[in-house]
Design a protein around this ligand. Structure first.
Ligand SMILES: CC(C)(COP(=O)(O)OP(=O)(O)OC[C@H]1O[C@@H](n2cnc3c(N)ncnc32)[C@H](O)[C@@H]1OP(=O)(O)O)[C@@H](O)C(=O)NCCC(=O)NCCS
Length: 208
């Protein structure tokens, strides 16, 4: 697919929320399979939460890419900025089951603490549908979003990446991101070994 045929925009409640849930699920091989157990459960359980404005993965914090030739959603980025209101009440979700409780307390709330008073925009999820990878869709989508944030005078964007994800690391380096932390332990099922993760940042000249 030609990136000229790509429409990048914020999603609405009329979009295919199950597809959005699927792309979020596929952004990380540890977090979402632990949290929701299966893709099918994620596609049922995540869509109503996406409609909650203060939920971390709310539609408000997402951009989607659409293949204009067939209308399909083929990519997604979740980015949290200073305007995000993140005080969703997770108490009911925490009661749902132990996987929800563990993920909310050891991933979602940790992220919220990290980004709440930060002076940067934070990219928490990037995913391109597996049928469309390697066609510069991820790069086009992220360049588009980075330009929006540069125009809003943000001076840097931060993200975390799995150390064993060379494809994503290449993509981020192409866009000017550099590693700025040591490797630390990422999220996983508490019964399993935690993956190696590091943070990358792209810094911009505010005057540009
Ligand atoms: C990582 C991901 C978003 C890349 O999206 P994409 O649209 O396939 O990437 P692009 O085509 O825009 O590639 C951009 C650059 O990264 C490189 N790249 C992307 N995926 C790669 C891979 N698997 N192996 C090697 N290089 C890769 C490309 O070669 C390209 O560099 P080049 O122009 O110098 O050749 C996509 O593979 C994906 O969704 N993966 C699963 C979810 C994931 O890992 N998300 C990142 C979480 S931090």
């Amino acid at each position: 697919m030609d990136t000229d045929k790509l429409i990048i925009r914020k999603p609405t409640s009329d979009d295919d929320l199950e597809k959005i849930a699927e792309l979020l699920y596929n952004t990380d091989p540890y977090i979402y399979p632990y949290w929701f157990e299966t893709l099918e459960k994620c596609k049922k359980e995540l869509p109503p939460l996406l409609l909650e404005d203060k939920f971390f993965f709310s539609l408000k914090h997402l951009y989607i890419s659409i293949d204009s030739s067939n209308g399909e959603i083929i990519g997604l980025v979740c980015i949290i900025d200073k305007t995000a209101e993140l005080d969703y009440d997770y108490s009911e979700l925490e009661k749902k089951n132990e996987r929800y409780e563990f993920t909310i307390n050891n991933y979602v709330k940790e992220l919220i603490n990290e980004v709440e008073n930060a002076d940067f925009a934070y990219i928490s999820n990037v995913c391109v549908d597996s049928n469309y990878r390697g066609k510069h869709i991820g790069q086009t989508m992220l360049s588009y979003i980075i330009d929006i944030y540069k125009k809003q005078l943000y001076d840097h964007i931060v993200l975390d990446v799995l150390a064993d994800n060379p494809g994503a690391i290449k993509l981020y380096k192409n866009l000017g991101f550099e590693q700025f932390t040591e490797i630390f332990a990422g999220f996983n099922d508490p019964k399993k070994e935690r993956p190696e993760v590091f943070s990358m940042e792209a810094r911009f000249d505010k005057k540009k």
